[in-house]
Design a protein around this ligand. Structure first.
Ligand SMILES: [Mn+2]
Length: 329
Protein backbone atom coordinates (compact mmCIF):
# COMPACT_ATOMS: atom_id res chain seq x y z
CA UNK A 1 0.00 0.00 0.00
CA UNK A 2 1.31 3.41 -0.97
CA UNK A 3 1.49 5.53 2.18
CA UNK A 4 1.33 9.32 2.06
CA UNK A 5 3.81 11.33 4.13
CA UNK A 6 4.72 14.96 4.66
CA UNK A 7 8.00 16.73 5.26
CA UNK A 8 7.75 18.11 8.77
CA UNK A 9 10.18 20.15 10.85
CA UNK A 10 11.44 18.47 14.00
CA UNK A 11 9.32 20.60 16.34
CA UNK A 12 5.51 20.46 16.54
CA UNK A 13 3.51 23.38 15.19
CA UNK A 14 0.43 24.33 13.15
CA UNK A 15 1.73 22.49 10.05
CA UNK A 16 1.86 19.23 11.99
CA UNK A 17 -1.78 19.64 12.98
CA UNK A 18 -2.92 20.70 9.50
CA UNK A 19 -1.25 17.64 7.98
CA UNK A 20 -2.69 15.39 10.66
CA UNK A 21 -6.14 16.85 9.97
CA UNK A 22 -5.70 15.71 6.33
CA UNK A 23 -5.31 12.14 7.58
CA UNK A 24 -1.56 11.77 7.02
CA UNK A 25 0.14 9.32 9.39
CA UNK A 26 3.76 9.41 8.20
CA UNK A 27 6.40 12.08 8.73
CA UNK A 28 9.50 12.70 6.66
CA UNK A 29 11.92 14.16 9.16
CA UNK A 30 13.55 17.49 8.45
CA UNK A 31 16.14 17.52 11.20
CA UNK A 32 19.06 19.93 11.57
CA UNK A 33 22.20 17.75 11.59
CA UNK A 34 24.71 20.59 11.64
CA UNK A 35 27.46 19.50 14.05
CA UNK A 36 27.40 21.59 17.25
CA UNK A 37 30.79 22.74 18.43
CA UNK A 38 31.80 21.88 21.97
CA UNK A 39 29.01 19.31 22.30
CA UNK A 40 29.93 15.68 23.07
CA UNK A 41 29.27 13.05 20.40
CA UNK A 42 26.43 11.46 22.36
CA UNK A 43 24.52 14.76 22.43
CA UNK A 44 25.00 15.70 18.77
CA UNK A 45 21.80 15.82 16.66
CA UNK A 46 22.59 12.45 15.01
CA UNK A 47 23.14 10.70 18.37
CA UNK A 48 20.82 7.95 19.56
CA UNK A 49 19.52 10.10 22.44
CA UNK A 50 18.78 13.09 20.22
CA UNK A 51 17.16 11.05 17.45
CA UNK A 52 15.09 9.17 20.00
CA UNK A 53 13.72 12.47 21.36
CA UNK A 54 12.83 13.67 17.87
CA UNK A 55 11.20 10.37 16.95
CA UNK A 56 9.14 10.41 20.15
CA UNK A 57 7.91 13.94 19.35
CA UNK A 58 6.71 12.83 15.90
CA UNK A 59 5.01 9.81 17.47
CA UNK A 60 3.27 12.00 20.03
CA UNK A 61 2.05 14.18 17.15
CA UNK A 62 0.48 11.09 15.57
CA UNK A 63 3.18 10.38 12.99
CA UNK A 64 5.45 7.47 12.28
CA UNK A 65 8.93 8.73 11.35
CA UNK A 66 9.27 6.87 8.04
CA UNK A 67 12.12 8.71 6.31
CA UNK A 68 14.83 11.16 7.31
CA UNK A 69 15.45 13.58 4.49
CA UNK A 70 18.10 15.88 5.93
CA UNK A 71 21.84 15.35 5.85
CA UNK A 72 24.82 16.26 7.94
CA UNK A 73 27.35 18.28 5.87
CA UNK A 74 28.80 16.13 3.06
CA UNK A 75 30.60 18.54 0.74
CA UNK A 76 34.07 17.35 1.77
CA UNK A 77 33.04 13.78 1.00
CA UNK A 78 31.57 14.81 -2.36
CA UNK A 79 34.64 16.84 -3.31
CA UNK A 80 37.23 14.47 -1.80
CA UNK A 81 38.65 17.09 0.56
CA UNK A 82 40.41 16.61 3.92
CA UNK A 83 37.80 16.09 6.61
CA UNK A 84 35.74 13.74 4.48
CA UNK A 85 36.35 10.76 6.76
CA UNK A 86 34.83 12.66 9.68
CA UNK A 87 31.78 13.51 7.55
CA UNK A 88 31.35 9.86 6.57
CA UNK A 89 31.80 8.74 10.20
CA UNK A 90 28.87 10.99 11.15
CA UNK A 91 26.71 9.48 8.38
CA UNK A 92 27.57 5.98 9.63
CA UNK A 93 26.59 6.94 13.21
CA UNK A 94 23.35 8.47 11.97
CA UNK A 95 22.45 5.31 10.05
CA UNK A 96 23.32 3.00 12.95
CA UNK A 97 21.11 5.09 15.23
CA UNK A 98 18.28 5.17 12.68
CA UNK A 99 18.48 1.38 12.54
CA UNK A 100 18.37 1.09 16.32
CA UNK A 101 15.21 3.22 16.36
CA UNK A 102 13.54 1.51 13.39
CA UNK A 103 13.65 4.51 11.04
CA UNK A 104 13.82 2.68 7.71
CA UNK A 105 14.93 5.14 4.98
CA UNK A 106 17.58 7.86 4.65
CA UNK A 107 17.21 10.20 1.67
CA UNK A 108 20.49 11.77 0.57
CA UNK A 109 21.87 13.46 -2.55
CA UNK A 110 25.19 13.99 -4.29
CA UNK A 111 24.98 17.63 -5.39
CA UNK A 112 28.19 19.45 -4.46
CA UNK A 113 27.89 22.85 -2.75
CA UNK A 114 24.56 23.86 -4.38
CA UNK A 115 21.46 21.89 -3.43
CA UNK A 116 18.19 22.40 -5.35
CA UNK A 117 18.31 25.75 -7.04
CA UNK A 118 15.99 28.07 -8.95
CA UNK A 119 16.31 31.38 -10.77
CA UNK A 120 12.86 32.59 -9.66
CA UNK A 121 10.40 31.86 -6.89
CA UNK A 122 7.76 34.38 -8.00
CA UNK A 123 6.54 33.06 -11.36
CA UNK A 124 2.81 33.65 -11.70
CA UNK A 125 1.01 30.32 -11.65
CA UNK A 126 -2.67 29.36 -11.83
CA UNK A 127 -4.96 31.99 -10.35
CA UNK A 128 -2.05 34.17 -9.26
CA UNK A 129 -0.29 31.56 -7.13
CA UNK A 130 3.52 31.84 -7.08
CA UNK A 131 5.71 29.09 -8.52
CA UNK A 132 9.44 28.48 -8.68
CA UNK A 133 11.30 28.01 -11.93
CA UNK A 134 14.74 27.64 -13.46
CA UNK A 135 16.24 29.25 -16.55
CA UNK A 136 19.82 28.17 -17.30
CA UNK A 137 20.41 31.39 -19.25
CA UNK A 138 19.63 33.45 -16.15
CA UNK A 139 21.74 31.34 -13.80
CA UNK A 140 25.06 32.88 -12.82
CA UNK A 141 27.68 30.45 -14.19
CA UNK A 142 30.73 31.91 -12.43
CA UNK A 143 32.64 28.94 -10.97
CA UNK A 144 32.85 28.93 -7.19
CA UNK A 145 36.13 30.44 -6.08
CA UNK A 146 36.40 27.99 -3.15
CA UNK A 147 36.10 24.85 -5.25
CA UNK A 148 37.01 25.83 -8.80
CA UNK A 149 35.61 23.55 -11.47
CA UNK A 150 34.62 20.07 -10.33
CA UNK A 151 34.33 17.33 -12.91
CA UNK A 152 31.62 14.70 -13.02
CA UNK A 153 34.33 12.03 -12.83
CA UNK A 154 35.54 13.48 -9.51
CA UNK A 155 32.01 13.10 -8.13
CA UNK A 156 31.81 9.46 -9.23
CA UNK A 157 35.28 8.80 -7.80
CA UNK A 158 34.19 10.17 -4.43
CA UNK A 159 30.77 8.51 -4.44
CA UNK A 160 32.29 5.01 -4.72
CA UNK A 161 34.33 5.09 -1.46
CA UNK A 162 31.42 6.80 0.30
CA UNK A 163 29.10 3.93 -0.63
CA UNK A 164 31.76 1.30 0.12
CA UNK A 165 31.85 2.57 3.70
CA UNK A 166 28.18 3.41 4.21
CA UNK A 167 26.41 0.51 2.45
CA UNK A 168 27.69 -2.24 4.83
CA UNK A 169 26.69 -0.09 7.81
CA UNK A 170 23.22 0.44 6.29
CA UNK A 171 22.88 -3.29 5.56
CA UNK A 172 23.71 -4.14 9.18
CA UNK A 173 21.34 -1.45 10.46
CA UNK A 174 18.49 -2.35 8.10
CA UNK A 175 18.32 1.19 6.72
CA UNK A 176 17.71 1.89 3.03
CA UNK A 177 19.73 4.56 1.23
CA UNK A 178 17.57 6.56 -1.17
CA UNK A 179 19.54 8.77 -3.56
CA UNK A 180 17.64 11.92 -4.59
CA UNK A 181 18.29 13.21 -8.12
CA UNK A 182 20.08 16.47 -8.83
CA UNK A 183 17.69 19.39 -9.15
CA UNK A 184 17.80 20.67 -11.84
CA UNK A 185 19.10 17.49 -13.52
CA UNK A 186 21.71 19.49 -15.36
CA UNK A 187 25.53 19.66 -15.44
CA UNK A 188 27.59 21.69 -14.78
CA UNK A 189 26.09 24.49 -12.70
CA UNK A 190 28.55 27.19 -11.69
CA UNK A 191 31.43 24.95 -12.75
CA UNK A 192 30.21 22.12 -10.52
CA UNK A 193 29.51 18.84 -12.26
CA UNK A 194 26.32 17.03 -11.32
CA UNK A 195 25.91 13.30 -11.89
CA UNK A 196 22.53 12.12 -10.58
CA UNK A 197 20.66 13.51 -13.56
CA UNK A 198 19.78 10.63 -15.94
CA UNK A 199 18.19 7.19 -15.78
CA UNK A 200 21.48 5.68 -17.03
CA UNK A 201 23.43 7.35 -14.23
CA UNK A 202 20.99 5.96 -11.65
CA UNK A 203 21.59 2.50 -13.13
CA UNK A 204 25.31 3.18 -12.69
CA UNK A 205 24.73 4.19 -9.06
CA UNK A 206 22.96 0.89 -8.38
CA UNK A 207 25.82 -1.08 -9.97
CA UNK A 208 28.54 0.90 -8.20
CA UNK A 209 27.99 -0.95 -4.91
CA UNK A 210 25.24 -3.52 -5.48
CA UNK A 211 23.15 -4.04 -2.36
CA UNK A 212 19.52 -4.39 -1.34
CA UNK A 213 19.91 -1.08 0.54
CA UNK A 214 21.34 0.89 -2.40
CA UNK A 215 18.34 2.54 -4.07
CA UNK A 216 16.63 5.73 -5.10
CA UNK A 217 14.31 8.51 -4.04
CA UNK A 218 12.14 8.84 -7.11
CA UNK A 219 11.60 12.60 -7.24
CA UNK A 220 9.15 12.90 -10.10
CA UNK A 221 9.87 16.55 -10.81
CA UNK A 222 13.43 15.65 -11.77
CA UNK A 223 12.80 12.25 -13.36
CA UNK A 224 10.04 13.83 -15.49
CA UNK A 225 12.78 15.98 -17.06
CA UNK A 226 14.91 12.87 -17.79
CA UNK A 227 12.29 10.84 -19.66
CA UNK A 228 9.11 11.09 -21.71
CA UNK A 229 7.75 7.93 -20.08
CA UNK A 230 7.84 8.33 -16.32
CA UNK A 231 5.58 5.33 -15.55
CA UNK A 232 8.06 3.13 -17.47
CA UNK A 233 10.95 4.50 -15.38
CA UNK A 234 8.98 3.80 -12.18
CA UNK A 235 8.52 0.22 -13.37
CA UNK A 236 12.18 -0.03 -14.48
CA UNK A 237 13.46 0.72 -10.97
CA UNK A 238 10.44 -0.57 -9.08
CA UNK A 239 10.49 -4.11 -10.46
CA UNK A 240 14.11 -4.32 -9.24
CA UNK A 241 12.99 -3.25 -5.75
CA UNK A 242 14.94 0.01 -5.93
CA UNK A 243 12.27 2.63 -5.29
CA UNK A 244 12.56 3.40 -1.57
CA UNK A 245 10.87 6.80 -1.40
CA UNK A 246 8.81 9.00 -3.74
CA UNK A 247 8.51 12.76 -4.22
CA UNK A 248 5.38 13.57 -6.16
CA UNK A 249 5.40 16.80 -8.15
CA UNK A 250 5.47 18.06 -11.71
CA UNK A 251 7.16 20.64 -13.91
CA UNK A 252 6.57 22.06 -17.36
CA UNK A 253 9.58 22.59 -19.62
CA UNK A 254 13.07 21.18 -20.07
CA UNK A 255 16.05 20.72 -17.71
CA UNK A 256 17.38 24.06 -19.03
CA UNK A 257 14.13 25.96 -18.56
CA UNK A 258 11.14 24.85 -16.53
CA UNK A 259 8.46 26.03 -14.12
CA UNK A 260 6.88 24.05 -11.32
CA UNK A 261 3.14 23.47 -11.53
CA UNK A 262 0.28 22.35 -9.31
CA UNK A 263 0.08 18.56 -9.03
CA UNK A 264 -3.12 18.39 -11.10
CA UNK A 265 -2.15 20.58 -14.08
CA UNK A 266 1.23 19.37 -15.30
CA UNK A 267 2.16 17.32 -18.37
CA UNK A 268 2.79 14.13 -16.34
CA UNK A 269 -0.01 11.56 -16.15
CA UNK A 270 -0.12 11.30 -12.35
CA UNK A 271 -2.80 8.60 -12.40
CA UNK A 272 -0.53 6.41 -14.58
CA UNK A 273 2.33 7.03 -12.13
CA UNK A 274 0.20 5.97 -9.16
CA UNK A 275 -0.83 2.85 -11.08
CA UNK A 276 2.86 2.09 -11.61
CA UNK A 277 3.61 2.42 -7.87
CA UNK A 278 0.65 0.16 -7.13
CA UNK A 279 1.77 -2.42 -9.70
CA UNK A 280 5.36 -2.59 -8.46
CA UNK A 281 4.02 -3.16 -4.94
CA UNK A 282 5.64 0.01 -3.64
CA UNK A 283 5.36 -0.13 0.14
CA UNK A 284 7.30 2.96 1.13
CA UNK A 285 6.04 6.48 1.58
CA UNK A 286 5.26 9.09 -1.01
CA UNK A 287 5.18 12.77 -0.20
CA UNK A 288 4.03 15.85 -2.09
CA UNK A 289 7.15 17.77 -3.10
CA UNK A 290 7.30 21.45 -4.06
CA UNK A 291 3.95 23.20 -4.35
CA UNK A 292 3.06 26.70 -5.54
CA UNK A 293 2.52 29.32 -2.82
CA UNK A 294 -1.21 30.01 -2.56
CA UNK A 295 -3.27 33.04 -1.62
CA UNK A 296 -2.98 33.99 2.02
CA UNK A 297 0.26 32.08 2.54
CA UNK A 298 3.78 33.46 2.87
CA UNK A 299 6.36 32.91 0.13
CA UNK A 300 9.19 32.82 2.69
CA UNK A 301 9.77 29.11 2.02
CA UNK A 302 9.09 28.75 -1.73
CA UNK A 303 7.88 25.27 -2.69
CA UNK A 304 6.63 24.55 0.82
CA UNK A 305 3.48 26.65 1.17
CA UNK A 306 1.27 25.06 3.83
CA UNK A 307 -1.95 25.70 1.91
CA UNK A 308 -0.40 24.35 -1.31
CA UNK A 309 0.53 21.17 0.53
CA UNK A 310 -3.05 20.64 1.69
CA UNK A 311 -4.30 20.82 -1.89
CA UNK A 312 -1.58 18.35 -2.95
CA UNK A 313 -2.37 15.88 -0.16
CA UNK A 314 -6.06 15.90 -1.06
CA UNK A 315 -5.33 15.38 -4.74
CA UNK A 316 -2.92 12.52 -4.06
CA UNK A 317 -5.36 10.84 -1.67
CA UNK A 318 -7.96 10.91 -4.43
CA UNK A 319 -5.57 9.41 -6.97
CA UNK A 320 -4.55 6.70 -4.54
CA UNK A 321 -8.15 5.78 -3.80
CA UNK A 322 -8.81 5.54 -7.54
CA UNK A 323 -5.93 3.19 -8.30
CA UNK A 324 -6.71 0.77 -5.48
CA UNK A 325 -10.43 0.88 -6.26
CA UNK A 326 -9.96 0.04 -9.94
CA UNK A 327 -7.73 -2.89 -9.00
CA UNK A 328 -10.65 -4.64 -7.30
CA UNK A 329 -13.61 -3.56 -9.50
MN1 LIG B 1 12.46 16.14 -4.67
Amino acid sequence: MIEIAELLPERPGPLWRLVKQCGVNHAVGQIDFTPKSGVPEDEQPWSLASLERVKRAYNEGGFELSVIESRPPLDKAKLGLPGRDREIDIVCSLIQNMGALGIPVWCYEWMPVINWTRTSSTIEARGGALATGYDHELMDQTPFAETGEVSEETLWENLAPFLERVVPVAEAAGVKLAMHPDDPPLSPIRGLGRIMRSVENFDRLLELVPSPVNGIALCQGNFALMTDDLPAVIRHFGTRGKVFFVHLRDVRGTPEKFVEVFHDEGPTDMLACLRAYRDIGFDGVLRPDHVPTMEGDSNDDPGYSSIGRLFAIGYIKGLREAVYYEETH
